[in-house]
Each structure stands twice: as structure tokens, then as C-alpha cells.
Design a protein around this ligand. Structure first.
Ligand SMILES: *Cc1c(COP(=O)(O)O)cnc(C)c1O
Length: 475
């Protein structure tokens, strides 16, 4: 173990230098072609080499080419900077290397606790067994929608696990144009058919319209379809819009539909008293998908699915082979009875470390800082005549575009479409693009608590300068 100790110390030094130096580096740069070719062409080593050599290769061949999301001026997609406590815990978790499928070892009990903590942070009720950690929100959504499908079938007198979908009438679910693609993927995978997911109208700001929802359900019932599911957003990827969860929960309660809330990006926004009111009704969902690997900064991978009724979750997934039958969890059984994975990674240690390092107060402070910075960015955009704010800032995403007066709409579209990558290549900041109400836009997602006002000023400068250049070259 002495090799491990020495190389381990060297690794920690390397990573402390890496993390500590990120802010001085370009946010992201296209990879040096020779370095890319080296990685792509690595031959299978014939002989092994020592740990010290491996650490040095990580330092020279890998760490210099990051995605950029550790940098305080990275505002792309929804990718967090890793919490240092979570980074360290990842190493310890790998050293223990259990399968958190079930049994009586620390990782399993710790997972029950951190799932309870996550529920408490999000303000979601949590009876024992009502959730588990997943690879991400995509997997959390598959688990949630699978449970919803199971319940809907049971109400129709069908055991969908045994009889399959052929025994069911067409089930329909309701989403909006802003619903994340992972919902459609889950519906496709579960055999529900993406055509059976109906897009309900939204208001101008992208919120699912509860009145239109109610009308759509009535029309579908009249047409002989069987509504079973509504998916609402607690923070959309495009603009951070939070649906009117209370009103949608009312509809679901009256119509006896499963309410799934996608809180992958935004659910933890509820910790900021300034925006918490937008999340009213979150606690009424039948299931909630969250991503601790986003706003909490838990190193990837870590999603979480929470459900209202643990018995429904277990009924949808439990299959207990005889060799796994012993139960050390007070009747709750194994995590592998509550989801898809059998051998499961020790995700809970990095969650425990990340949350414990900040405490509830620290996390709430970080979340509030991010929403305040997003609103501040919105103000800077509004104050800048060449920029146009594309949506009200509801959580911590600010959507805008480069739009100086007197430029043809078609040219502005081309400029804004090219803008994110052009900004990224300059290396001073990183934003990604989207299309809002048919128009190209730039969106900045603020989930790194290290972001400062000067960072926002750099972002505004970069978008203006890059926009002007593109206007000149594309015009
Ligand atoms: C990231 C995200 C997802 C998908 O989650 P993964 O962790 O990438 O699988 C779903 N919905 C929203 C709103 C997201 O931000």
C-alpha cells in the first residue's frame, strides 16, 4: 500500500492545484488536435505501469482539457462545479467499493439518510423507502414514470409487469413544449409511446397552462383515452420557469392523475426565500426527480427520485431472487427492489459530504446567491441596449439575445445561432444557446456559488463583442 499512499498524496496535490488554478485558465478551449489524437489512439498497454506514472499522465494528458464546468464563468447547459467535499468522498467511496443494492453496510444506511436529507431540502414528504439515488434525472424519470404506469394499470385491473402494455387501453400523459427530453425518452422506453404524451399549451413565459390542461383531459376522456400522468417543471432548462404546481396538483387530484415534477435543475431553488413561493405545490407531487449533481454540486453521477408512496415504487420494481432475500432494512428490503439497477454505486457518500460540508444554511445561502446573480444578470442585459432579455428570471437561468436596433430579423437569427460557440471559443466565458418562441437565444445557467458580479460583466462584454464581430462577418 505504500505505492498507493505516495501516489495518492501526489494525486491530491495535483487536484488541489487543478481546482485552485481553474479560475486563471480559459474556461474552455478546443482540444489541441495532437492531444485529442493521443487520447483517441491509445493502444491497449501490453504491460502495466506504476501508480506514480499514471498520476503523472492524468496531470499531463487529461486535466489540461476540461469541459469547463468547474470555472466560475461557466454558464452552459446545467453542469455544476464539483464540491470539493464530494470529490474527496468519491475517492473514499471507491476505496470501499460496495454495491449499494442492499444489505447491512454503511453505504446502504447512508443512502437512506441522504435521500431523506434531499427530500427535506426540497420540502418533499418522505416516508421511509420513498426514494433512491439514481445516475441522474433521466433515470429518476424512468423510475417515476414506470411507477406511474404501474399504478394506472393496476387501477384498470391490469398487472402491466406480467401482462405487458397490450392488455391496456391507450394511456395518455400531459407535458408542455418546455418539458425536458428525458420525459419523452422514458415514455418511449416504457412503451407508452411519445405520441401518447400530449403537449399542453403554455403561457407566454412557458408555464404549462392548468386551464388548457383541464380542457385537454376532458376532450381526451370523451374520445375514449385514459389520462394517467401530468409532468410539470420545477425549473425548465431553457428559462428556469417554474410551473404553477399548486394549480396543476389541483387538476391532478380532481382527475386522479399521477403528478410527476421534474426538479432536476430547479427544485433546490425552493431554498431561497425570495423565489420559494414559486414552488408552492411541489410537495403535492406523486413523484419528484432531482439532480444533486446539478445545483448542489455533488460530483456526477447523482440523481434522485422521490415518490409519495413507497409501496407503489416497490410494487413497480421489486423482483427478489432467492439469494437476495435476507432483509436488514427493517422491512424495507433492498434498494434494487425500488429501481432498475442491481449492483449500485456508493453515491451516498459524496452526497453526505457535499451537504454536510455546507449544512442546510450554507446550501440555502449558495442557492440564494445564484438566483440573485441571475436576476442581476437580467438587469445588466436590460440596461444594455444591444441585448434583449428573452424571459423573466424566475430561478437562476437568464435567457437573452444579441439584438442591436436596426438589424434585420433574419440576420439576428444567424448571429445569435452562431454566438454561443463563438463565445465559448474565446475562452473567457461559456454560454449555450436555445430557441425561445421561435427565436435563437443565449442562456446562462447560474448554479456555481463562486460566481461574482465581475464575472457577469465579463459575460455581458463577451456576448456584445462576439455579437458585433459576428454581425460584421455574417452581415
Ligand atoms: C438535466 C435535466 C434533466 C436530465 O437529467 P440528467 O441528470 O442529465 O439525466 C431533466 N430535466 C431537467 C430540467 C434537467 O435540467
Amino acid at each position: 500500500m505504500n505505492d498507493f499512499r505516495v501516489a495518492g498524496h501526489a494525486t491530491v496535490d495535483l487536484l488541489a492545484d487543478y481546482l485552485g488554478g481553474l479560475a486563471e485558465q480559459p474556461v474552455w478551449q478546443p482540444m489541441d488536435p495532437a492531444a485529442r489524437e493521443r487520447l483517441l489512439g491509445l493502444p491497449l498497454p501490453r504491460q502495466g505501469r506504476g501508480l506514480a506514472q499514471l498520476v503523472s499522465e492524468i496531470g499531463s494528458e487529461v486535466l489540461p482539457y476540461p469541459m469547463g464546468n468547474g470555472h466560475p464563468r461557466f454558464f452552459g447547459w446545467v453542469n455544476a462545479a464539483p464540491a470539493p467535499a464530494g470529490v474527496l468522498a468519491t475517492l473514499a467511496a471507491a476505496a470501499m467499493n460496495p454495491s449499494s443494492a442492499g444489505g447491512d453496510h454503511a453505504d446502504v444506511h447512508l443512502e437512506r439518510t441522504v435521500v431523506r436529507w434531499i427530500a427535506e431540502l426540497a420540502g418533499f414528504p418522505h416516508p421511509p423507502g420513498a426514494g433512491l439515488l439514481t445516475s441522474g434525472a433521466s433515470m429518476a424519470t424512468i423510475v417515476a414514470l414506470g411507477t406511474a404506469r404501474d399504478r394506472a394499470a393496476r387501477r384498470l385491473g391490469v398487472d402491466v409487469r406480467e401482462q405487458g402494455l397490450a392488455a391496456l387501453p391507450p394511456l395518455v400523459g400531459y407535458v408542455s413544449a418546455e418539458t425536458h427530453s428525458c420525459v419523452r425518452k422514458a415514455a418511449e422506453l416504457l412503451g407508452l409511446g411519445s405520441r401518447q404524451l400530449k403537449a399542453v399549451a403554455t403561457d407566454a413565459a412557458g408555464h404549462l397552462d392548468p386551464v388548457a390542461l383541464r380542457e385537454r383531459i376532458a376532450a381526451d376522456r370523451a374520445a375514449g383515452l385514459v389520462p394517467f400522468l401530468v409532468v410539470a417543471s420545477a425549473g425548465t432548462v431553457n428559462t428556469g420557469a417554474v410551473d404553477d404546481l399548486d394549480a396543476i396538483a389541483d387538476v391532478c387530484a380532481e382527475e386522479r392523475l399521477w403528478l410527476h415534477v421534474d426538479g432536476a435543475y430547479g427544485a433546490f431553488g425552493v431554498l431561497d426565500p425570495v423565489v420559494a413561493h414559486r414552488y408552492a405545490g411541489l410537495d403535492r407531487a406523486d413523484s419528484l426527480a432531482l439532480d444533486p449533481h446539478k445545483w448542489l454540486g455533488v460530483p456526477v453521477d447523482c440523481g434522485c427520485v422521490l415518490v409519495r408512496d413507497p409501496a407503489e415504487l416497490r410494487a413497480a420494481f421489486s423482483l427478489v431472487p432467492s439469494y437476495l432475500r435476507d432483509d436488514n432494512a427493517g422491512g424495507l428490503g433492498w434498494f434494487s427492489e425500488y429501481g432498475i439497477e442491481q449492483t449500485r454505486p456508493f453515491r451516498s457518500l459524496k452526497v453526505w459530504a457535499t451537504i454536510a460540508a455546507s449544512g442546510r444554511e450554507g446550501i440555502a445561502r449558495d442557492v440564494a446567491h445564484c438566483t440573485a446573480m441571475a436576476r442581476r444578470l437580467g438587469e445588466l442585459v436590460v440596461a444594455e441596449p444591444e441585448l434583449e432579455l428573452m424571459a423573466a428570471v424566475e430561478s437562476s437561468i437568464t435567457a437573452f439575445r444579441y439584438a442591436p436596433a436596426g438589424v434585420a430579423a433574419e440576420l439576428l437569427e444567424r448571429v445569435n445561432q452562431a454566438l454561443p460557440v463563438a463565445v465559448q471559443e474565446r475562452g473567457r466565458t461559456f454560454v449555450t444557446g436555445t430557441v425561445l418562441a421561435g427565436r435563437e437565444a443565449v442562456r446562462a445557467c447560474l448554479i456555481n456559488p463562486a460566481v461574482t458580479e465581475p464575472d457577469l460583466a465579463v459575460l455581458v462584454d463577451e456576448v456584445r463583442a462576439t455579437g458585433a464581430k459576428l454581425l460584421a462577418s455574417l452581415g
